[in-house]
Write a protein that binds this ligand. Structure first.
Ligand SMILES: [Fe+2]
Ligand SMILES: [Fe+2]
Length: 437
């Protein structure tokens, strides 16, 4: 959450060289989705202490009464309502005076529940005392490293309600107990456009309210400047443990330690396009990797270090991040941006990290004949489920229709030595050389 401000409109895509035009149609709906007194866009985010805390954020109309959360330990019946605790929300007004968004006004409310018990199921609702949501449920992380799963989504970006929603719902069916979901940037297409954010929340619906999200921004969450989407910080409540004193990287660069995994969001647009922020973020990342008590480490970031087609190279990403990834043995790098699927590694590097590019939405680019990839797909929407255990990390990619498309395991022995075991299913590869859009 952050203080309210006004924002001039710039072209949504500030990195023209890495952001070609797209072919997906945009529906001609009104640009604004007006906030109401009824709580909406309810979302959980992990904090830096997922064993004892949970962040809840939602939206209501400008001038809405004081927001609040009621919560309790979940029970088998409705008796829990007699024993709830009420917490008042921090509220901030957001007004936008930008092209297509003139007249935008809303209140964003957030609460970080603290002092929770690890490995416990909680129930909560949000509202203002008169207008309430339904009761939702979530679980806190376990006190010690125990097996869990998380879901990884590539760019949703375009026609999110219409086309990305089925992929997300298939992921919920496949991994209903996922501890959290990560979104690897380009969640929507135009950083300021509230109707698109409305679609993103509608597509996830109660998934957002029950399974915590960790989003990292893509270039489409930035307007020219670069200026972060004015909705980003009000509508999410993400860990503020990024580089010290770097206001621009607040809630875009962060990390969470979750049951033996350190998962780190690297703000790709600022890493690629802003030398000062790049230096600060690189130093911060090295500190996190050097002093890391977790057995597994995953970085998620929007611009891929290895791209799916020539001409989409992000050299600043690779030059600054790959030496650290190799030196400190990062296990997985989960990315977006290229609107195709590719998974592989630097075949010359010992204990190399596995790099993935994926896409959940309908905008598609051709995937080239790239030599770093062990598995690739063009014109395919996917979601990924990653199972984390003490000595094993299992990665599975599924297509939008629920077919297992890619799989491998990473195993670590007691001394931390790692090996990869390929488990690619017999599904035909949805890729052909020279296939064009
Ligand atoms: Fe994208
Ligand atoms: Fe992108």
């Amino acid at each position: 959450m952050r203080k309210p401000y006004f924002l001039p409109l710039y072209a949504a895509c500030f990195l023209a060289a890495v952001c070609p035009s797209f072919a997906v149609s945009q529906e001609s709906a009104p640009p604004l989705a007006a906030a109401t007194l009824q709580p909406e866009r309810i979302i959980l985010n992990l904090t830096a202490d997922p064993q004892h805390e949970m962040a809840i954020t939602w939206r209501s109309a400008a001038g809405a009464p004081q927001g609040k959360v009621q919560f309790a330990v979940s029970q088998s019946g409705p008796e829990f309502t007699k024993n709830t605790t009420e917490v008042l929300a921090l509220s901030e007004a957001l007004s936008l005076d930008v092209q297509e968004q003139a007249g935008f006004q809303a209140t964003y409310n957030s609460v970080v529940l603290k002092g929770l018990t690890p490995a416990t199921r909680y129930v909560y609702r949000v509202g203002d005392g008169t207008h309430w949501s339904e009761w939702f449920q979530f679980s806190t992380a376990t006190a010690k490293a125990e097996p869990f799963s998380f879901v990884y989504m590539g760019d949703a970006q375009n026609d999110v309600k219409s086309h990305a929603s089925r992929v997300w719902r298939e992921a919920l069916r496949t991994a209903p107990d996922a501890a959290f979901w990560i979104h690897a940037g380009d969640l929507i297409n135009r950083a300021t456009r509230d109707r698109e954010w409305g679609e993103w929340f509608a597509a996830g619906d109660f998934i957002h309210a029950e399974t915590p999200s960790l989003p990292t921004p893509g270039n489409h969450e930035y307007s020219r400047g670069p200026v972060l989407s004015p909705q980003w910080r009000p509508q999410y409540t993400l860990p503020e443990n990024g580089p010290e004193g770097r206001e621009k990287l607040k809630e875009t660069a962060f990390y969470v330690d979750y049951q033996g995994l350190r998962i780190i969001s690297v703000d790709a647009p600022l890493q690629h396009g802003d030398a000062e922020e790049r230096a600060a973020q690189t130093a911060w990342l090295e500190g996190l990797l050097k002093d890391n008590p977790n057995r597994w480490t995953v970085i998620f970031t929007h611009f891929p270090l290895y791209s799916t087609a020539p001409g989409r190279d992000n050299i600043h990403m690779r030059d600054t991040l790959k030496p650290l990834i190799d030196k400190y043995g990062v296990d997985l790098v989960l990315q977006g941006h290229d609107h195709g699927y590719a998974r592989g590694s630097d075949h010359d590097a010992k204990d190399a990290a596995v790099y993935v590019v994926s896409v959940s939405g309908p905008k598609m680019y051709a995937v080239g004949d790239i030599d770093w990839a062990d598995r690739k797909a063009s014109y395919t929407q996917l979601f990924q489920v990653i199972d984390v255990e003490n000595d094993r990390l299992t990665y599975k990619a599924y297509t939008a229709d629920g077919q297992l498309y890619d799989q491998f395991e990473l195993r670590k022995n007691a001394s931390g030595k790692k090996r990869r075991i390929e488990q690619i299913p017999s599904t035909p590869e949805f890729w052909a050389p020279g296939k064009r859009e």
